[in-house]
Design a protein around this ligand. Structure first.
Ligand code: GCU
Ligand code: CA
Length: 130
């Protein structure tokens, strides 16, 4: 099964808040970043290694504009300006998955907003290894 990392337990850029004023999140809330380029959430994850892991971010974007983010692992961008499109409501959530080889050990997975719209609201990251 995938291992889940809650955004509210991760680290995030200054100006972010952990909120719970929209429904449907896991854990105790979600991270609402500032609406600015460079806003991020950074997860420490551990991997057993040996193949391509699926990194799935659960997010909400209740606007009508994309909120693309660079996805990086240990500082290397593995998916540039990955699309996090509108999903209808701040009270619903959607998943975006990136596949990346992960060696055994601990890694830093960061999602960084590439536009002035900032990040979508972020609920959690799941890491699924083969
Ligand atoms: C609204 C919404 C927030 C969201 C913000 C945004 O204020 O309630 O949860 O983070 O829009 O545009 O980023
Ligand atoms: Ca926000």
């Amino acid at each position: 099964p995938p291992v889940r990392y809650e955004a509210e337990n991760a680290t995030y850029s200054a100006g972010s808040t952990v909120d719970s004023d929209h429904t449907g999140y896991s854990g105790t809330g979600f991270v609402n970043t500032a609406n600015e380029v460079g806003a991020y959430v950074s997860f420490g994850v551990s991997a057993t290694g040996g193949g391509t892991a699926d990194l799935t971010l659960r997010y909400s974007n209740g606007t009508t504009s994309d909120r693309p983010m660079d996805i990086s692992v240990d500082g290397i961008v593995v998916a540039a300006a990955k699309s996090f499109p509108p999903n209808g409501s701040w009270d619903s959530w959607a998943d975006v998955t990136v596949g990346v080889p992960l060696a055994a050990g601990t890694h830093t997975v960061r999602a960084t907003a590439t536009t002035a719209n900032g990040a979508p609201n972020l609920d959690h990251l799941e890491v699924r290894e083969p």
